[in-house]
Each structure stands twice: as structure tokens, then as C-alpha cells.
Design a binder for this molecule. Structure first.
Ligand SMILES: *Cc1c(COP(=O)(O)O)cnc(C)c1O
Length: 386
């Protein structure tokens, strides 16, 4: 169950015209203008006072709202079928603001185990200093989540598919369980995108995105999105959004609007290529395991565990890659490889038993698929011990 009941026509309507049907104010500009202004003035005190009644919806000060950013918010709310949305300077800002807005000292957050690294740090390290604790659940079933709840549970955080291994959680069951007990749910939907999964349709309260990844898709902007009801978005806006101030700039919002125009075509190409790559790698004895989500959630992301006897073999494979760039992040137009063994000396990422040293995450780009397959083949040859 994915909650995607968006027709192709409705999808194009949202991406191409939502919020853009009246261009008179911008002299017919086809591409929306960038309102590169920190604040917006009013002709009279009375109009200023009226505007200030609702800063979430008024262009007054760009930390709160800005017309270019607001257009992006409208499109994302429509894509995720939520009442409203906020745009942030990063996905991490969206996730941390959503959580901080809903918890207080003494509360507990229940989260899927091994979420995106900085979500884990927020819950495991930062919030405990303020009296908010977290429990991490190893399995994505309703039973596992139910067993982790306590009187103090205020929020459930899920990420489905999850980072690195793309396992999924039972969003429908977990959302229903939470609703019964008045617990707020947040789902990181960065991997599936609203094209493959719409968690709000499944009963989830809040949906977060690292818009840095597929939504923008061009590796040139760091941004985050949070979607939810009017009340929930108001709560986040009046609290951490305005006080922490991690707002998206108008120019970055414009780049994101531009990236969004091609999301469906990009995802189609990448899912097709990734599917072919997965098929090939699953049969290869030099690959110990391929992590790839179930078909309806599959995009261009996969991870492989290399069947090699040490880090040197992983290094030979990665160093030989010519078309997959070695870096973090994912979801752009270009193929990327992220070897976990590169994290071993990082104070921020290395943990005792996770992630596995032989795991390499691959983000498939817009390249010709045969080119990528040939690149992987020659890198696997280079991996063999000499
Ligand atoms: C990258 C990422 C984030 C954080 O987003 P930023 O834009 O880098 O702050 C959150 N969740 C997932 C699943 C991610 O991959």
C-alpha cells in the first residue's frame, strides 16, 4: 500500500501549474520570478497590521515566508496531499524542527532503528540533553512499534524505505496504532518521493523530505520540506521554524521549482536503470547481497555488499569506478557511489557494528544504463585480488 492515487494528469497539473495559473502579477513570465527580497513593505499601517495576523501566509519577512518559497510549498503540499508545507534550508532542519515542535522534557520518541545519521544523532544525543529520550525499534512491524510505546511516548519517527538498506515499515499499521493513542507520526519520505508513496494518505501526520535528493535532483541545492495539517504546520512555524531560522532562500527555492519540473521523467529513467542493474548484480558471485526496496517503492537507489575479503578489495572496486562519483548524498542526475569503509575515521559517522565495511550505496543517475553496467563490471574485475 503506497497511498499514491495521483493520476498522471494530476501530477503534471501540480508540477506545471499549481500556484502558477495567474501570471499577470509577473507580466506573463513563464518561469516564476525569484523574489530576492528579505522583506516586503505595505502602503499603510492598517495593511501591515492585517498582514501580520498571519506571517505563515503573508510575504512580510523572508525568514517566515517569501512568494518564491511559498510557490514551492504549495506544490509540495499538493504532491503529498497535505494541507500545508514548509521549506527549510536542509532536510535535517525539516526533521529536527518537526520533532522539536512536538516534544517537551519528559517525553519519549520511538524511532525506527538506524535512521538517517543526523536524525539518529538528534534523538540519541542532542534531545536527551533537554530531557527528551528515544527508543529505537529494530523491526518495522506494528507489533515491534507497539511493544516500544510507553506512557511517555509522544511521537513516532519512521523512515520507509530506510537509509542504506531500504527496508520498509508498516506505515498503515503504525499510523493507526499512533492515532489510537494520540501519538504524532513523522515519516521521512525522501527515498520513495510522493510519486511512489504518499504517507499522509496512509494516516501519517507529518512527512519530511531531504529535498536535496530526488525533489531537486541536480546536486546543487541543500533543502528540506515538511508537509502536514494546517495545525501541525502552524505549530512548527510558530516554534522552531521561526526561532531556529533555517529558512530556504528564494533563489534555492527557485532552483528546486526548476528541479521538480523533471521529477517524474528523472525517476522513470533512474528506476528503469536501477532495476536492470539490480537484476545483473543479484546474479553476480562477486556481490554478497543487494539491498533494493520492493518494486512499488523502487527508485534509483540500491546498496551492494561486496564479496571481498577486506577493505582493500572495496577500495579497488571503488577506485576503479569511472562513472560513479565517490561522494555522499544521492538522488542527483549523476551516478554516485558511497563506500561505508570511507567513514571509518570520521568522528561523526563511525559506529561499532554499523554500517558494514563492505557496503557500497549506489545512486543511479541519468546516464545511459549500459555505460553504468560496463563501469560496474570493470570495477568488479578490478576488485579481484591480484
Ligand atoms: C540526506 C538525508 C536527510 C538529510 O537531508 P539534508 O538535506 O542533507 O539535511 C534526511 N533523510 C534522509 C533519508 C537523507 O538521505
Amino acid at each position: 500500500m503506497s497511498g499514491v492515487d495521483l493520476s498522471a494528469a494530476e501530477l503534471s497539473r501540480i508540477i506545471n501549474t499549481e500556484g502558477e495559473d495567474d501570471r499577470r502579477g509577473s507580466r506573463g513570465a513563464v518561469s516564476p520570478p525569484i523574489y530576492q527580497s528579505a522583506m516586503f513593505c505595505f502602503p499603510t499601517v492598517a495593511e501591515m497590521r492585517a498582514g501580520l495576523r498571519d506571517e505563515l501566509r503573508t510575504a512580510f519577512y523572508t525568514r517566515g515566508n517569501n512568494p518564491t518559497v511559498e510557490l514551492l510549498r504549495r506544490k509540495l503540499a499538493a504532491l503529498e496531499s497535505s494541507e500545508d508545507a514548509l521549506a527549510f534550508a536542509s532536510g535535517s532542519a525539516a526533521i529536527s524542527s518537526a520533532i522539536i515542535a512536538h516534544v517537551a522534557a519528559g517525553d519519549e520518541v520511538v524511532c525506527i532503528d538506524r535512521p538517517y545519521g543526523w536524525t539518529g544523532k538528534l534523538l540519541g544525543k542532542l534531545l536527551p540533553r533537554f530531557g527528551v529520550t528515544a527508543r529505537f525499534v529494530a523491526e518495522g512491524s506494528v507489533e515491534a512499534f507497539a511493544a516500544a510505546l510507553s506512557e511517555r511516548t509522544r511521537m513516532i519517527v519512521v523512515e520507509s524505505p530506510n537509509s542504506l538498506t531500504f527496508e520498509t515499515q508498516d506505515l498503515v499499521g503504525i499510523a493507526a496504532l499512533a492515532r489510537e493513542r494520540g501519538i504524532v507520526t513523522l515519516c521521512d519520505n525522501s527515498y520513495a518521493t510522493p510519486l511512489k508513496q504518499r504517507p499522509i494518505q496512509l494516516g501519517i501526520d507529518l512527512v519530511a523530505h531531504s529535498a536535496t535528493k530526488y525533489l531537486n535532483g541536480h546536486s546543487d541545492v541543500v533543502a528540506g520540506i515538511l508537509c502536514g495539517s494546517h495545525d501541525a504546520i502552524r505549530r512548527v512555524f510558530d516554534g522552531p521554524f521561526m526561532t531556529l531560522g533555517a529558512a530556504l532562500s528564494p533563489h534555492d527555492a527557485w532552483l528546486l521549482l526548476r528541479g521538480l519540473r523533471t521529477l517524474p521523467v528523472r525517476l522513470r529513467h533512474m528506476s528503469e536503470s536501477a532495476g536492470r542493474i539490480v537484476e545483473r548484480l543479484r546474479e553476480d558471485p562477486r556481490i554478497a547481497a543487494v539491498h533494493y526496496p520492493a518494486e512499488d517503492l523502487a527508485t534509483g537507489m540500491l546498496s551492494v555488499r561486496l564479496a571481498t575479503d577486506g577493505v582493500a578489495g572495496v577500495e579497488r572496486f571503488c577506485d576503479a569506478l569511472e562513472h560513479f562519483l565517490l561522494t555522499c548524498s544521492w538522488g542527483g542526475y549523476e551516478a554516485l557511489a558511497y563506500p561505508m569503509c570511507a567513514l571509518s575515521e570520521s568522528p561523526n559517522y563511525a559506529a561499532d557494528d554499523w554500517p558494514p565495511w563492505n557496503l557500497v550505496r549506489l545512486s543511479v543517475g541519468l546516464e545511459d544504463c549500459d555505460l553504468l553496467l560496463a563501469d560496474l563490471e570493470q570495477a568488479l574485475e578490478a576488485m579481484a585480488p591480484r
